[in-house]
Write a protein that binds this ligand. Structure first.
Ligand code: IMP
Ligand code: MG
Length: 428
């Protein structure tokens, strides 16, 4: 079966960590990524060491097979660095990369910067990795797939001319030669470094379909999150791919069947964070925000930017249930709220309890004050979680978790309450 992990907020919910804990159970034959690129950043603590992954699925850290699906956009230099850095740490990698995935070309990175400047107030605060322009090229059919990069020089050269003209035009029209020269040498350098990637290419759709037919379990990681889905309520400030479980199936190129559909686990922090620009209706400012940011280590894995922090937004989580068909919740960073006398959750909005289809920007959250619980140690949390959410001894802690389950009508399947992989409980 395929189990899918998806973020229910603005990303950075701790999906990498949940994936890692699940992979440790031994249930899975492989891990898969399907969309997005190195805008994603998954931090995984394994054997006391910190790994920051941008492209490879986290189960490769445990020696599992890793699939990179066809709807990903790949910066080949970054991919290679990531492979090398894991090999240096003595990991043997068993990868299959779908050559239909698109390559982030040097012009995509330039266009990312130019577009963001041009978009002004509507800019997303992109990670600057060329993700949006690469997906734009793909859909405009002027993209370069991994397979073209290796086997179709002519197409690369034609597009090199075309995109040099475009970038030159957008940056004042006087620099065609220098831009052209820069791209030629960057592409040559990438080519000289990445030839060895070829051995990893193969049909990911067929590979996963075969695994599933042999009853091998696959663990799928959606990158980014529901709010950032290109078809979601946050457009145009989100990312450029389909980030929900639906996007995941599309991205690996396999259709769900009754036999292959496993859990879909929606991951949410106990509060909300946002890295990037745009509306954030439950945002907190000032000292409290700074304290939460520090305690939660809320700095971007990919860009190092300070994340904006805010209260948990129940309607946002309700929105996420639908596009992904979420079956279970995973709650992360619970310990960060521990020790607060009170805290808030947005239970609904003034005009309803879901994000209206006309947009998230105008909604006004209605808060409920929650009583806090002490700053429990890892052991104290563990003891309390032993028998399930309904048996937690501390009333305030139980009340918070039950409130979530009641609003979302899904059970909490996993909780994390500290950085180490042992600060974790699963009821699945
Ligand atoms: P892009 O995906 O780099 O184009 O960025 C578009 C928006 O999505 C920006 O607001 C980014 O900050 C946000 N974003 C993209 N990837 C991630 C992620 O993995 N975690 C959190 N935010 C992300
Ligand atoms: Mg991240």
């Amino acid at each position: 079966m395929l189990d899918i992990i998806t973020g229910m907020q603005f990303g950075d919910e701790g999906k990498g960590r949940i994936v890692h804990n699940l992979a440790l159970t031994g249930k899975y034959f492989a891990g898969a990524r399907a969309q997005g690129g190195n805008n994603a950043g998954h931090t995984v603590v394994h054997d006391g060491e910190i790994y920051k992954l941008h492209l490879l699925p986290a189960p490769v850290l445990l020696g599992k097979k890793g699939y990179l699906g066809r709807a990903m956009v790949l910066d080949l230099d970054v991919l290679m660095q990531e492979i090398h850095s894991l090999q240096k740490r003595d990991l043997t990698l068993d990868l299959l990369i779908d050559p239909r995935a698109h390559v982030i070309m040097p012009w995509h990175k330039d266009l990312d910067v130019l577009n963001e400047a041009k978009n002004g107030d509507y800019a997303a605060g992109s990670t600057g990795r060329g993700i949006g322009p690469c997906y734009a090229s793909k859909h405009e059919r002027t993209g370069i797939r991994v397979t073209d990069f290796f086997y179709d020089n002519e197409r690369v050269n034609i597009l090199l001319e075309e995109y040099t003209r475009k970038v030159n035009f957008l940056s004042g029209g006087m620099r065609f030669d220098s831009i052209h020269q820069k791209y030629v040498s960057q592409i040559a350098e990438t080519r000289s470094k990445v030839t060895f990637l070829e051995k990893y290419f193969g049909d990911v759709s067929q590979g996963i379909a075969t695994d599933l037919s042999l009853a091998r379990n696959i663990l799928g990681e959606c990158a980014q999150a529901e709010m950032l889905d290109v078809d979601g309520p946050y457009y145009p400030r989100g990312t450029s791919s389909g980030t929900s479980a639906v996007g995941f199936w599309n991205g690996i190129g396999v259709g769900p069947t009754r036999e292959s559909l496993g859990f879909v686990i929606g991951v949410t922090k106990a509060y909300t964070t946002r890295v990037g620009k745009g509306p954030f209706v439950t945002e907190i400012e000032g000292d409290l925000a700074q304290a939460l940011r520090e305690k939660g280590g809320e700095y971007g894995t990919t860009t190092g930017r300070a994340r904006r922090v805010g209260w948990l937004d129940i309607p946002m989580l309700k929105h996420a249930l639908v596009p992904s068909g979420i079956t279970h919740l995973a709650l992360t960073k619970l310990d960060i709220l521990g020790g607060m006398e009170t805290f808030l959750i947005a239970e609904h909005y003034e005009d309803g309890d879901i994000i209206p289809s006309l947009g998230y920007e105008q909604v006004k959250p209605v808060y409920r004050t929650m009583v806090g619980w002490p700053a429990f140690s890892e052991e104290e949390y563990k003891r309390q979680f032993e028998h399930g959410v309904d048996y937690i001894p501390h009333g305030a802690l139980r009340w918070f978790l039950q409130t979530l389950e009641n609003h979302l009508e899904r059970p909490i399947g996993m909780i994390s309450f500290g950085q180490s992989s042992s600060a974790f409980v699963s009821y699945l």
